[in-house]
Design a protein around this ligand. Sequence first.
Ligand code: ADP
Ligand code: MG
Length: 410
Amino acid sequence: MKLDTKAIRYLTAEDWRVLTAVEMGSKNHEVVPTPLIGRIAGNKSGTGFHKSISALAKAGLIGKVKNAKYDGYRLTYGGLDYLALNTHRKQSSIYSIGNQIGVGKESDIYVVASSTGEQRVLKIHRLGRISFRTVKANRDYLRNRSSSSWMYMSRLAALKEYAFMKALRENGFPVPEPIAQSRHTIVMSLINAFPLRQISSVPDPASLYGDLIAMILRLARFGLIHGDFNEFNILIDERTQFPVHSAVKVDDTNCMLEEAEIALLPILIDFPQMVSISHPNAEFYFDRDVGCIKRFFERRFHFVSDEPGPFFSDAVRGVEQKGERKRLDVEVEASGFSRKMAKELEQYMKEVGVDGDRMADDEEEMGHSDDGDEQPYRFGEDVVNETGDVQQALDRSSDPVQDEPLSERM
Ligand code: ADP
Ligand code: MG
């Protein structure tokens, strides 16, 4: 589905309040009864309320559900996108939306800008959209499961990705800087580099291979396996380096010609599938990550390492002993992405056949029609009840929107 931000500038504070009310009502109702939306929004029957409902429905942010036992609305993916964008706008993490630079099976990637013009990346998780379109059996099965809507799982994927990116970044791993997370979206720094997949040759494959294997091993020492470590999820940042001890030559114009070298710095992205080295299938994921790199280097650069492995048992020797090392898997779990959430997400990914980027070549073309096919959004347990708490949250969300509209100026 496309991100269409046209209507975002025309929504009033009242519209936002009603949209937020639909989101909140979705916690307990697949179709939120219209009177309940009114109650949560603090406006039962005023004309303003009905005007907002029509405006939101017209913009495709909520969908009227016919054939239901009662009159009601559900939040669409578009509505969820707007709520997330509004939060990013209020927190000043996004000012404007630019070009889409990636369409993954499970996400849409946009270049965005901050109010100071700094370019960033917005990743919108859209978990399971392909699988749902192609595997009807899955859809029917999942539809009957209350906590398994696409939107809830996409939110979990964003939460997980943000938590891991933050922990990795804080521990010196080369990953984008995580800037903000809201619902099913994250904002991170833009890496000005190409995916390894697009690189046809490198001056020293052995050295790059060594760096990537070292990264897999370092992750394991911190208790982690990426789980989707491949040429799509490694960006290669080319840096010009001036060796410290190189001889300085001077040409006939008296300019110094230092022996500049190009250093290739691999940057790792895409973390929704990370697993702990204590995961029951950890060895399988570890071997698969190593295997992906070996296969790619052989195919693309005709490089085969002399050394066998690395092997999982060597990589994690000693790590699981208490106090031996900093465990980022444990740290992330403590930071709010709980084991229960991890299990729910993993189970869902398995059920809908999410298996990272490795099938990207043979996937059908992307795109999702707004054909009323969408699932209602459901929060997890951590959302406020429809009581005074809700009102409090709504008061916050009904802050007048910023003067600067989210524009499409880029
Ligand atoms: P998916 O889960 O759909 O595979 P990714 O996080 O791997 O999503 O992103 C898809 C593509 O978008 C990447 O292959 C890369 O080209 C681009 N991309 C993602 N994040 C960034 C970033 N921070 N900077 C630059 N490009 C990015
Ligand atoms: Mg990817």
